[in-house]
Every structure is written in structure tokens, then in C-alpha cells.
Design a protein around this ligand. Structure first.
Ligand code: ASP
Ligand code: MG
Length: 413
């Protein structure tokens, strides 16, 4: 029997009525002949609510306790969904990530899945159970850890890979992946297909439809992922290999407002100290989103880092140490910035794309503070209050309102 892994996001299980509706959907898939594993997120805004409870108690609670707390949101939705399926007369069982054999290591609030022991899961499937798994979590040593925001996507994709599911269905509250955020741009296009690489870049650039790390897992295992709405019927978006898609230059534009720039000036004896600074940052398991380093002559380096705001305190602590040792001259933190990116697998083979992007930004009075390019992405750091304007103007410039990105051939997905 074929296995199918399906994941339902927070709004899809946001109320008792929604959970009852999802139970019917899950049973329908079982009736099409699948052994079903269902991964769920926490109901609605539960994770934010739990975070705010913690904040009322401590400004910097321990990651371990936060992980414990945050993992409970998904435990609520998975047990309720299992009950809803049982109430319709079918066999179902709920499991926490740890019970399901998911091992996740790293910071307790941003852990990464290391492996999955599927023994218990397979035994339950063989007994005809629909297995409902709490997403976003795993066992870390003797502890419980969560996977970082949006992490239920990673749970689902990793389970689908481990169980060799035909593909992984991600149900959310939008029809699929669009050329831009529907809340910012009016005339967006639904992409029928997008490559793993493009989706990873779009997620890193602020598109919230799917967690980038989950797409990395899918790419590693060549697993197709379909993103579609649990509220209405739509063909959705299939995330797959580039060669299975029609060619386009730009697939999307996204902005990430949740970033800060840290500029470090006058790093003495240049690259040696630069490496030491980066080493100390890596030791704290801080992820650097973007980095620019330039040599100012006389063995002096300047370095700019783009990171998530929650890491700024830790980095400042590191930089103060280097400052006290007279290894750097000074640093500054720029808070009011955003990262805007255009993404597309055609960027590498087309000239003029960067010119068109920067020309559009400058014509609209948008100052560029820092840039970075890769084969499939061009990013500009700009003032945060201009982020939406930049997205709208770039979407218009690259004519994404009318984009058709199709799969070369329809498959079973
Ligand atoms: N509930 C977690 C979050 O809100 C994980 C998820 O929804 O995927 O980030
Ligand atoms: Mg999500």
C-alpha cells in the first residue's frame, strides 16, 4: 500500500469545525487507497500566544523551556484531530514528534531534524491506523526541541522522505505559491510549478508560504511537494526539479522585514580577525543571512552582516569583546531595514536583470544599502518603510502579473 504524508497548517486546524472538516478530508484520502500520516501545526495563533505567555514571565527564557512550551501547541491539534477521525468511525492515533521517532538536534527552539526511526510509525500504519503527528518538534537527547517557526513543514517533508511517500501534500490557507505576497501586490499569478532552488530562495527572502529548510530536505531526497489550499479546491503549486518545469526568467519577488544589518568597521589585521569574529558567531549557532566583506587597505577590513533581530544581542556581546581588545574600530546596528529579492532560475542566463532591478528601485526613490547576488537571486537591502513599494514596483517591472509557470507534464501529484 502506498503511503501519503499530508500536512495541515495552523489556519487549516484553527477551530473545532475546521478540525472536523480536515478529519473528513483525511479519511477521503485513506479511501483512495493510501496509508495516511497527517502532520499538523498548532491551532491558529497558538504558538504566538504561547510565546507571549513566556515573555510575561522572563525576557530571555531558557531555550530548553521555550521548546517544551512551544511543542505543546501541536500536541493539542494532533490529539484533537485523532479524536475527530475516531468520531467518524475510523482508526486514528496521535503522536508527539518524539513518540514518532523524530530526532532533532541544535538549539531547543531552532533544532534540525537529524533522523527518524520509523519503526513504531510503520507498525501503526500496518495496523490500519491513520497516524496524526504533532509537527514542529522532535526528541533532542533526553529533551524536547522545536524546529524553528514554520517547522511543521519540515516535519512533514522529512517524514515523507523517510517513509518514501509518493509526494508530500502541504495544505495551507492560500491556493499555492504566488509571484508575490497577495497582501502586498494585487495582480499576482499562481505558479503551477517552482523549482526547489527558487522556493528555497523565495522562502529565505521572506515568502512565508513554506519553510525553506523543509524545501531543502525535499530537494535532498528528490521528493515532490504540493502546496495547496485546504479551504478550496485548487491545483496548487508543485515544488520539483527545475528540468520538470517550463522556463521563465523571474518567478517571484519577496521581502523580508525581519532583518537587521550590523556594520563592523576597521577590523584590524583583516581576514584573520574577520574569521575569528565569524567563528565566534558560528559557535553561538547564529545563522548569517547575508554578508559583505571589503578590504579597506592597510590590512583593515569592513564587514556587514544581515541577521534576524533576535541574534543582535549575542553578536553585540561578541563585538564588544573584539572592541575591548582593540581589534575592531566600531560597529553600528541598522534596525529599520528590509531585504527585497527577485528570484528566478533564468537570472544566470540573462544579462541586464540586475540593471533593471536597481534602475527600478532608484527611479522609485528607494535607496540601496547593501546587495548580494547568486545564480538565481538578486537581493537589495533597503529602508524598511519602502519594502512594500519595492515589491510592487519590481513585480510590475518584471511583468509577473501575467506569468505562466507550468509543469512540463502533469503527474500524479
Ligand atoms: N506552530 C509553529 C509556528 O507557528 C510551527 C508551524 O506552524 O509550522 O511556527
Ligand atoms: Mg507555515
Amino acid at each position: 500500500m502506498k503511503i501519503l504524508v499530508e500536512k495541515f497548517g495552523g489556519t487549516s486546524v484553527g477551530s473545532i469545525d475546521r478540525i472536523k472538516a480536515i478529519a473528513k478530508k483525511v479519511i477521503a484520502a485513506q479511501e483512495r487507497g493510501y496509508q495516511e500520516v497527517v502532520v499538523v501545526s498548532a491551532m491558529g495563533n497558538t504558538t504566538d500566544d504561547l510565546l507571549s505567555l513566556a515573555e510575561q514571565i522572563a525576557t530571555k527564557p531558557r531555550h530548553r523551556e521555550l521548546g517544551m512550551l512551544l511543542s505543546t501547541g501541536e500536541v493539542i491539534s494532533c490529539s484533537l484531530l485523532a479524536m475527530a477521525i475516531q468520531a467518524l468511525g475510523k482508526k486514528a492515533i496521535s503522536l508527539t514528534g518524539a513518540q514518532c521517532g523524530i530526532v532533532a538536534n541544535g538549539i531547543h527552539t531552532d533544532a534540525k531534524i537529524e533522523n527518524i526511526d520509523t519503526t513504531y510509525l510503520k507498525k501503526l500504519l500496518a495496523q490500519g491506523e491513520i497516524v496524526v503527528v504533532a509537527g514542529y518538534q522532535g526528541k533532542s537527547g533526553d529533551d524536547i526541541a522545536v524546529l524553528g517557526r514554520g517547522g511543521s513543514d519540515a516535519s512533514a517533508v522529512a517524514l515523507a522522505a523517510a517513509l518514501q511517500s509518493e509526494y508530500c501534500n502541504i495544505y495551507t490557507d492560500v491556493k499555492g505559491v504566488f509571484t508575490a505576497d497577495p497582501r502586498i501586490v494585487k495582480n499576482i499569478s499562481l505558479l503551477h510549478g517552482i523549482s526547489y532552488e527558487e522556493m528555497i530562495e523565495l522562502a529565505a527572502s521572506g515568502a512565508q508560504v513554506m519553510m525553506g529548510r523543509a524545501v531543502e530536505i525535499a530537494r535532498k531526497y528528490g521528493l515532490k511537494v504540493k502546496v495547496s489550499s485546504s479551504f478550496e479546491d485548487s491545483s496548487g503549486t508543485v515544488i520539483t526539479k527545475e528540468d520538470q518545469l517550463e522556463k521563465v526568467v523571474i518567478t517571484g519577488v519577496a521581502a523580508n522585514k525581519n532583518v537587521v544589518i550590523i556594520d563592523i568597521f576597521g577590523i584590524k589585521v583583516s581576514s584573520d580577525i574577520t574569521a575569528k569574529i565569524l567563528h565566534r558567531i558560528a559557535e553561538k549557532q547564529i545563522n548569517i543571512i547575508l554578508m559583505n566583506s571589503n578590504n579597506a587597505g592597510n590590512q583593515i577590513n569592513n564587514l556587514s552582516l544581515v541577521v534576524k533581530p533576535e541574534y543582535v544581542d549575542d553578536i553585540i556581546e561578541i563585538l564588544n569583546w573584539f572592541n575591548n581588545e582593540s581589534r575592531i574600530d566600531h560597529y553600528q546596528v541598522k534596525n529599520d531595514v528590509a531585504q527585497v529579492s527577485i528570484v528566478g532560475s533564468g537570472i544566470a542566463n540573462h544579462y541586464g536583470v540586475a540593471y533593471e532591478m536597481f534602475d527600478t528601485l532608484s527611479k522609485n526613490g528607494i535607496e540601496v544599502l547593501m546587495t548580494s547576488t547568486s545564480e538565481i537571486k538578486i537581493t537589495a537591502l533597503i529602508p524598511r518603510e519602502k519594502a512594500d513599494l519595492a515589491v510592487i514596483k519590481l513585480h510590475e517591472k518584471f511583468e509577473l502579473d501575467n506569468l505562466q509557470r507550468n509543469l512540463m507534464e502533469k503527474d500524479g501529484c
